[in-house]
Structures are given as structure tokens and as C-alpha cells.
Ligand binder design. Structure first.
Ligand code: ADP
Ligand code: MG
Length: 500
């Protein structure tokens, strides 16, 4: 009997030990995996350092590349395209002007009535239309015909509503065309290539302003293109209209780009073409900026290699709305491969662009104690249910690293422009001071990333102040300028139809 009892007790003890061993083993394994997930984050964080020293190197590299791009065509990855805009709106413009904004899946037509100094913009009407898919891949004639007809309907409707209409008068249009264009004058420019899903091949190499004017004439619309610009130049124009200290404009949307006012004598490559001795707006096409000082990780390299434009738009791929979500997704996928913190749904993280930047921003900005929004987005948008609170915290950390790096590099880019034009307070040839007094400097910003992602905005502003130092930063204003790509073009149409 005693033996039986002893045997049962021994058996129980063995089973208990075995269960305990399994549990301890499982816990140890799970701890190891958790540690791996945290290591992935740490390595990523280390690869993304944007110390003040690193940012200053990026500032210098931006200024150096700007010099090189202004010295010769092909001298830098920055194209530094001339806009021929040497005069920006200042609030004195008067009259009714139209604008057409083409640069994505939608195009917009606008009409603004300007009242001059003191009254500024009296009224504005806007209509937005999607571009039918077949026209984005069709012929130049088809695309511009569609635009001209839509514009004509808009103009007629506006005039019907207007008591002071002058139907026979030639109307003036600003055309915002946000694709790479080699400008020949303020109102003409040749399309270099299409981007953003457009492939109307017979338009490449043509003057897009003339294509539009021909279509307008055929449609019976008495209108001319007074200014052909892109969205950055439009934003600079609107910024300057409200505040004459505005010297640069930057877009942070799906993509990114910047323009600024340069002294004409610094634009060495086109001296023969430039008559004015003051300043001219230069479209940097800064999305293609590159420097070995940019903190690049294996995730950035993989994203670039898998993109349709490999080796192109390197800066844009680290800082713009199109890509931030996907960088975060790649890091999370690596974590999922090395641990089991995302359970069975982790496979979804292998899908490129499944995590869009607005969703990433919403997770990043979730301030609920149990990160409810992070859990909801993982479950509903990525089909990854039941992620633990600890793992949700890691997700937020990843979003933070991606966005902090992006915003700080963007800030370094902006300070690079200020350095180039002597507004960074560092002295040099054109110091940011006039007779000892610092000059006020405004940078206009447009785009959904900056406007809607408050953490991006905060990190960017903080980094600008950190790089410039408090004293100089007090004189630099970063200002959201909404709808520069629409209204800005109408303002430029006003400037260039009354001035000359
Ligand atoms: P576009 O660049 O196409 O002209 P927008 O300036 O409106 O358009 O920018 C749209 C981009 O802004 C989106 O592709 C997205 O990356 C980013 N974005 C929009 N909303 C948010 C948001 N809430 N949080 C973060 N990014 C956003
Ligand atoms: Mg835009």
C-alpha cells in the first residue's frame, strides 16, 4: 500500500515538474522572442539617429547641393529648375482670375476675386473633378480637351451668377501643373516626364501651357495662360501675398518638394537667360536630394529597391507621406518574423503599403492608456487581432522613430535653404542680419502630412529651433499656407497679367 502511495506521489511530482518545465521553457522562449522584438526596435532606432551633429551635416549637404545644382545642369541630384518668376504677389492685385490645378488624381478649377490692399481675397469658388483613368493614360488631346471643357462649364456657370460679367473679355488663368517641367518663361514650359500614374506619352516634350491654350480655343473659351507653375511655387506665391517676408515654400504631402527665392547672380548655369538682377524663384525638386549623411537603414534600402523608381527620390522616400507608413510596416514585419508578438495575423504585414501613413499617424497619436485606437487599427485595418498592450506600445515606438527621423530631416532641409540664402544666422556672405538686426524669415508649408499629423509638425518645428538656436529661430516663422497650389496660381496670373 505504502509503495502504491509513494508511486502515485512520485508520478504526480514528475508530471508537475514536467508541466513546470514546459511552462518555464515556454516563458523563457517567449521572453527571448520578446527580447528579439525589442532588439529590432533598438537596432532601427540606432540606424535612425538624427543627433544635432548629424542634422547640421545634412544642412550643409543641402546647401552644397543647391550650389552645385545652380552651377550646372546635372551638377547635383537637385535639379534647381528656374521658374522665371521674379516678382511675387503682394496684396495689391485687383480683378478676377482663374486657376487650374492639375497634379494628382483630381484636378480643380478655381476663380478668385481680388480686392487689392486692405481687401485681399474677396471671394473664391472652387470645383474639384476626378480625372477619368482612361484620360490619364490616353492622348494629350483627349486630356487637355477634357480639362478645357470642364473649365469652360465652370467659367460659364460663374459668369451666370455674376452681375458684373464681361463675357467677351479675354480671361487670365494660372496653371498649376505639378509634374517636372523645364520652364522657358513664366507662362511656358516643356513636360520632362509624367509621374503619379499619368502616362500621356505624346505630351512629353511639349509645352503644356500651349497644349491647354489650344484646347481652350477649340472649346470656345477665350482665355490665356499667364503663369505656369507647380504646387510649391503656388504656395510661395500665396505665402508672399499674405506676408512679404516669405522666402521659401515646402510641400509635405504624398510627395515632397521645395522652392525659394534665389539671387539671380547665384544662378550661374542660366546667366544668359536672366535679365533681372534681383531674385527668382527656383524649384528645387528636393525629393531627389541625397547625402551620405542621411541616416539610412536596411528598411529604406529594401523600400527603394522594391519601388518602381529605384535610386530616385531618396529624400522623399525618407520623409514624405507616401512612404512613412510603409517604413513602419517593414520594421513591424521584421519584428513579427523574429517574435510572435503579432500572432497569426502577422502575415498581413508582409503586404507593401497595407499600412498607410494616416493610419500610422492615428496609432502614433493614440493617447488612451490602453492604446485602444492602436488595437482597433491593427484589428480592423490590418486584420491583426488580440495584440497585447505591451506589443501595442512597441508599435507606437516604431511609428515615433519613423516620424521623428522624417520630421527632423525635413527640418534640416529647410535650414539648408535658409543657410543657402544667408538666413540661418551663421553669418557668411549674406548674413541673416541687416545692419546688426536679424531679418524676419517666413517659410510657407502646404500638404496633408504637415497639416494633419501633429507629431510630424511638432518634431519638425522643434528641430528647426534646435538647429538654428533660440535667438535665430525667433525670427523664423514656419506657416501653414493652405491651398497655395490653387489660389497661388491665380495670384501669379494676376501679377503677370498686370505687370507686363
Ligand atoms: P497631395 O500630396 O496628393 O497633393 P495632400 O497634400 O492632401 O495631397 O497630402 C496627402 C498625403 O498626406 C497623404 O498621401 C498622406 O500621406 C498624408 N496624410 C493625409 N492625412 C494624414 C493624416 N491624418 N496623418 C498623416 N498623414 C496624412
Ligand atoms: Mg498637393
Amino acid at each position: 500500500m505504502g509503495r502504491v502511495v509513494f508511486g502515485v506521489a512520485l508520478g504526480c511530482a514528475v508530471v508537475t515538474c514536467a508541466i513546470a518545465a514546459v511552462l518555464v521553457g515556454r516563458r523563457a522562449r517567449s521572453r527571448r522572442k520578446w527580447r528579439r522584438a525589442v532588439e529590432v526596435l533598438r537596432e532601427f532606432e540606432e540606424g535612425c539617429v538624427t543627433s544635432i551633429g548629424r542634422l547640421r551635416q545634412v544642412v550643409d549637404a543641402m546647401a552644397v547641393e543647391m550650389h552645385a545644382g545652380l552651377a550646372s545642369d546635372g551638377g547635383s541630384k537637385l535639379k534647381m529648375l528656374l521658374s522665371f518668376i521674379d516678382s511675387l504677389p503682394n496684396g495689391n492685385e485687383i480683378g478676377t482670375y482663374y486657376a487650374l490645378d492639375l497634379g494628382g488624381t483630381n484636378f480643380r478649377v478655381l476663380r478668385v476675386q481680388l480686392g487689392g490692399r486692405g481687401s485681399m481675397i474677396l471671394s473664391r469658388q472652387v470645383e474639384c473633378r476626378p480625372i477619368p483613368q482612361e484620360l490619364m493614360n490616353g492622348t494629350s488631346e483627349g486630356l487637355f480637351h477634357f480639362i478645357a471643357v470642364t473649365l469652360k462649364q465652370f467659367v460659364e456657370q460663374q459668369e451666370d451668377d455674376d452681375s458684373e460679367k464681361k463675357p467677351d473679355e479675354k480671361k487670365v488663368l494660372g496653371f498649376t501643373f505639378s509634374f517636372p517641367v523645364r520652364q522657358m518663361s513664366v507662362s511656358s514650359g516643356i513636360l520632362i516626364k509624367w509621374t503619379k500614374g499619368f502616362s500621356v506619352e505624346d505630351a512629353v516634350g511639349k509645352d503644356v501651357a500651349r497644349c491647354l491654350e489650344e484646347a481652350m480655343t477649340k472649346a470656345g473659351l477665350n482665355m490665356r495662360v499667364a503663369a505656369l507653375v507647380n504646387d510649391t511655387v503656388g504656395t510661395l506665391a500665396l505665402g508672399h501675398y499674405y506676408d512679404e517676408d516669405t522666402v521659401a515654400a515646402v510641400i509635405f504631402g504624398t510627395g515632397t518638394n521645395a522652392c525659394y527665392v534665389e539671387r539671380t547672380d547665384a544662378i550661374i548655369k542660366c546667366q544668359g537667360l536672366l535679365t533681372n538682377s534681383g531674385g527668382m524663384v527656383v524649384n528645387m525638386e528636393w525629393g531627389n536630394f541625397w547625402s551620405s549623411h542621411l541616416p539610412r537603414t536596411s528598411y529604406d534600402i529594401a523600400l527603394d529597391e522594391e519601388s518602381p523608381n529605384c535610386n530616385d527620390q531618396g529624400f522623399e522616400k525618407m520623409i514624405s507621406g507616401m512612404y512613412l507608413g510603409d517604413i513602419a510596416r517593414r520594421v513591424l514585419y521584421r519584428m513579427a518574423q523574429e517574435s510572435d508578438i503579432f500572432g497569426d495575423g502577422a502575415y498581413n504585414l508582409s503586404m507593401c503599403f497595407i499600412l498607410r501613413t494616416p493610419l500610422m499617424a492615428a496609432m502614433h497619436e493614440d493617447d488612451s492608456p490602453d492604446l485602444r485606437e492602436v488595437g482597433r487599427i491593427l484589428t480592423e485595418s490590418l486584420q491583426i487581432p488580440d495584440v497585447s498592450l505591451k506589443a501595442r506600445r512597441l508599435v507606437v515606438r516604431v511609428c515615433d522613430v519613423v516620424t521623428r527621423r522624417a520630421a527632423r530631416l525635413a527640418a534640416a532641409g529647410i535650414v539648408g535653404i535658409l543657410k543657402k540664402i544667408g538666413r540661418d544666422g551663421s553669418g557668411g556672405v549674406a548674413s541673416g542680419r541687416t545692419k546688426g538686426r536679424p531679418r524676419r524669415t517666413v517659410v510657407a508649408i502646404e500638404g496633408g502630412l504637415y497639416a494633419n499629423y501633429s507629431m510630424f509638425r511638432e518634431y519638425l518645428n522643434e528641430a528647426v529651433a534646435e538647429i538654428l538656436g533660440e535667438e535665430v529661430a525667433q525670427n523664423v516663422v514656419i506657416r501653414v499656407t493652405e491651398d497655395g497650389s490653387g489660389i497661388g496660381a491665380a495670384l501669379l496670373a494676376a501679377t503677370y497679367s498686370s505687370n507686363r
